[in-house]
Design a protein around this ligand. Structure first.
Ligand code: C5P
Length: 125
């Protein structure tokens, strides 16, 4: 599983989940699941195209891998917007948060451990 930290002008892009019911309403770094034979970087580019309608580049890791209950890991990458304006094509809503807001918003549990690393790149904390 891969997730993207898109940071512009000291703010991080978060996306609000619509599903499953127990995660709906919570905020996450956008991303998703790599398909068979797909590299994490390719999976992230595809997911961001599908979910946000944007093209991204880069892909330095940020934060630690998060082990998931099913044995997979969730890995975050810092990426740069190359083209397009993020749109909530698969989420309820998008929000750009600064470091203070990141500490106050209801993140999905899997993403919470990344907050200290993410904050180092954000304004306002
Ligand atoms: O978005 P999608 O439903 O494909 O994500 C599958 C799973 O990936 C979610 O149920 C969630 O457990 C995990 N995920 C996450 N944090 C993210 C992205 C995905 O926990 N930022």
């Amino acid at each position: 599983m891969v997730a993207a930290a898109i940071i512009v002008d000291g703010r991080l892009l978060l996306a609000q989940r619509t599903r499953p019911p127990e995660l709906a309403g919570l905020w996450e770094l956008p991303g998703g699941k790599a398909e068979a034979g797909e590299s994490p970087e390719d999976a992230l580019r595809r997911e961001l195209r599908e979910e946000l309608g944007v093209e991204v580049s880069g892909g330095d890791r940020i934060g630690d891998d998060v082990p998931l209950p099913d044995g997979r890991v969730l890995r975050a990458y810092r990426v740069e917007l190359v083209s397009g304006t993020p749109a909530a094509l698969d989420h309820a809503e998008l929000r750009w948060v600064d470091g203070r807001e990141l500490g106050e918003i209801d993140l999905v549990g899997n993403d919470r451990g990344w907050v200290p690393d993410l904050r180092l790149h954000l304004n306002g904390w």
